[in-house]
Design a binder for this molecule. Structure first.
Ligand SMILES: *[C@@H]1O[C@H](CO)[C@@H](O)[C@H](O)[C@H]1NC(C)=O
Length: 195
């Protein structure tokens, strides 16, 4: 079961704050990709750039821990951010976006906001009409379709777990051997005076 999706979904993905990064990359002569993190991952500047969106740069210790378990990676905001950049290179960023949207929904207590968020998650990631549809089995789909009649913060829990498992099994091993992760370890192991 591949996590990959159409190119369109990755390129039109919800950049939210990423606009600048994309524009800067498109000005480069490097036409190999739209995603500044993948083709330029050996470049130290671009890696630091990736952390402009975070309040603190992760320590080498943190970065190393991401390889110990998928849970450790996903519990760390910087880890999720880097993994998401990696998923973008594999055209399966929607898996992470869906997972994050579900986390957000689980925090919601306002009933009408729950309904609104659930509908928008459904439209964006469950509907077969969506370019960002995530890969779910028929049983889980059926449960969601039933629960959507009266959405709760837990409507997508089975689906969220299924996508978590998919990312863990499918993308996580590739992430650990990717240039993105390797250069992080590499740049993190230098002393600041060297950079
Ligand atoms: C609940 O959410 C709705 C829709 O998002 C909003 O209009 C309303 O003000 C919210 N109510 C409360 C009590 O926060």
């Amino acid at each position: 079961m591949g996590g990959g999706r159409s190119e369109t979904s990755a390129l039109t993905g919800t950049g939210g704050g990423r606009g600048t990064a994309t524009i800067q990359n498109s000005q480069r002569s490097n036409a190999c990709c739209f995603c500044w993190c993948c083709c330029c991952s050996s470049n130290e500047d671009d890696l630091s750039f990736s952390f402009l969106f975070l309040s603190t740069k992760p320590s080498l210790e943190e970065i190393r821990q991401w390889s110990q378990s998928f849970d450790k990676l996903m519990r760390n905001p910087a880890g999720r951010n880097v993994f998401r950049e990696f998923l973008r290179t594999e055209y399966s960023e929607e898996n992470m976006l869906f997972w994050l949207a579900c986390e957000d929904l689980k925090q919601e207590i306002n009933k009408s906001a729950i309904e609104e968020k659930a509908r928008s998650i459904y439209e964006d990631y469950i509907s077969i009409l969506s370019p960002r549809e995530v890969s779910l089995d028929a049983r889980v789909r059926e449960v969601i379709n039933r629960k959507m009649q009266e959405p709760t913060p837990h409507t997508f829990e089975d689906a969220q777990l299924q996508i978590y498992t998919l990312m863990h099994r499918d993308s996580y091993p590739r992430f650990l051997s990717s240039n993105i992760y390797k250069s992080l370890i590499h740049s993190g192991s230098r002393t600041p005076s060297e950079s």
